[in-house]
Each structure stands twice: as C-alpha cells, then as structure tokens.
Design a protein around this ligand. Sequence first.
Ligand code: ADE
Ligand code: ZN
Length: 343
Amino acid sequence: MRSVEAYIRDLPKAELHLHIEGTLEPELAFRLARKHRITLPFASVAEVRAAYDFSDLQSFLDIYYALADVLRDEDDFYHLALSYLQRAHEQGVVHTEIFFDPQTHTARGIAFGTVVEGLNLALTEAQRRFGMTHRLIACFLRHLSAAEASRTLDEVLEYREVITAVGLDSSELGHPPSKFAAIFDRARAQGLLTVAHAGEEGPPSYIHEALDLLAVRRIDHGVRCEEDAGLVRRLVREQIALTVCPLSNVKLRVFDRIEHHNLKRLLEAGLRVTVNSDDPAYFGGYLLENYLAVERALGLTRAQLASLARNSIEGSFLDADAKRRWVALIDARADDSLSHPPR
Ligand code: ADE
Ligand code: ZN
C-alpha cells in the first residue's frame, strides 16, 4: 500500500494561490543580494528564518516586501520562478496559476516588462520540460490607491497575451474590494478574468463585495465565510472555489493551530475548497506539505484528498477539455487507491 504522501503526490493537482515573490527562499535572497551588492537587514539565512515568526498578515508583508528588493533583473525573476516550478512538478502539480505583484517592483524602478518576461521564460520552459501548464495573474496591492492600480492595469494590458487575470492582495483590513470596483470593471471589459483575496483577515462582507462588485471567479482564502451562513449557501450554490492556504493561515494566525482549521468543515459543507501554498518560502511548506498538514491534523480521507485535487482542477482557468482529462485521471488514481485500501 502506498503511503499517503505518495498518494497525494500522484494525484494531478492545480495550484491556484501562489505568490511568486513568496517563493523567494532566503538562500536565493542572499545569492541575489551578493550579485547586486545589496546589504540585507539580516546577517544570515538562519537569522532570516528566525524572523519568520509572524503575528498577523502585516507583520509578514513587511518582511516579504523588504526581501523582494533583491529581485532586480529578468534573470532573477526567471530563476525565482523556475525553482518554484521544478519543486511544484516534483510534488505532482500539473497546472499552476501564479500571482505576481507588479507594483512591488515598478515602485523600485524595475520595468513591468522585466518582471513579466523573466516569469514567462520560466513558465514556458516548465511547459516544455514538464508539460506543466500555467496562467499568470497580476495582483493590485490594495493598500495603494485605486489610481495607482489603474496605472498598473494599463501596463497589464500591454502584456494581455500572457496575463489571464487580475487579482487583489496585500493588507486586507480597511481596504475593501469596493475600492477597486471601477478598475476591475475596466479589466473585465478588456477580457481579463478576476480573482481577489477576501475573508482572510477581512470580514465576510468583503467576500460578498468581491463577488458582487468585482465579479471574481474564485475567492482567495475566504475562510471567514463561515461567519455568514447565507454566504456559505451562496458559495455552495454557485460553486465558487476557495483557494485555502492552511500553513499560511496558521503562520499568520488566522487559526491558532492547524487542528482548528475549518477546511474539513467547509469541504463537508459542499464548498469547492482547494489547498494551496500562498507564500511557501515563508510559511514552511509547498503544496504537498500543505496537503499533508491538513490530512494529518484534520484526518482527511483519501476520497477527500482526491476531492481537493478535483476541486483545484475544476476551480482553475483551464478549458473544459483539459479539466475533463485531469479529473478523469484523478478519478482513476482515487479508484486505484480504494481498491487497495490502507491496512
Ligand atoms: N501577499 C502575499 N501573500 C498574501 C496573503 N496571504 N494575503 C494578502 N496578500 C498577500
Ligand atoms: Zn495570498
């Protein structure tokens, strides 16, 4: 009988909530700092890791934005993305939808094109080498103004052929989706799909706003939906995917411990729950480690693990044909396991 780890690895999975800047491992940060002659506010890799003791979302974002300063040229973005893609491939990720934060880089004088071209080179290479498909999602930083998001959208539109969707991330509290309604209207009018972080630290009303005002196709995080029974019924009815990030939620203290995470309850309530790694270099694990953490702490069955993988494909921006093929493969792998149950 295969171990649960091998079972999860062999399930074809999509990753739908992954900030590429959040895959910057401290070792790479130091290498790039040396390359560009930048002095980091940390003396060693161990010191950086020791600083990853977050009290909330903002305490994480402060370090995350500071370390992103080492990303300067196209090759940096290429190496960053390729390292993630290699790891994701080894963990059975067959399709990935990657967020990037253009404003984190353009504010430092890095050209939008430098970022996109470096990322796209790595994504194209992963498609060729591993057969891994992808979508690229440009996120607006919600702590900045709507006018700044609008200028960023102008740049996104110049790379329309490689960017599928726009998203909304960064400090949630005090920055409701409504602040960006006009920008998202314009993005959709140009054929871009939309997603948004909502209900991570923010209230359920932000999830309603993201659905009603931004017409999002899925909700990033969304775990606070549980506080609003009507909203839960709506998410079930409309089969809106929630891109849940278990290890992130514990590191950023959305839940005090993994055993108290609501993922299993949401899944059993019929929501289209998916598992994702958010910022794996900061939160202690990539996709496989996130699946394993909830499997162990919440006692998920193999059938539930297969449902999570199926949801990730169904909730993705893949076309209907590709979804059908991956779901058939997941069903076959899941059946195979059920006919050889664990002892
Ligand atoms: N940017 C990177 N990770 C994020 C998260 N978990 N929430 C909001 N913004 C983010
Ligand atoms: Zn996120």
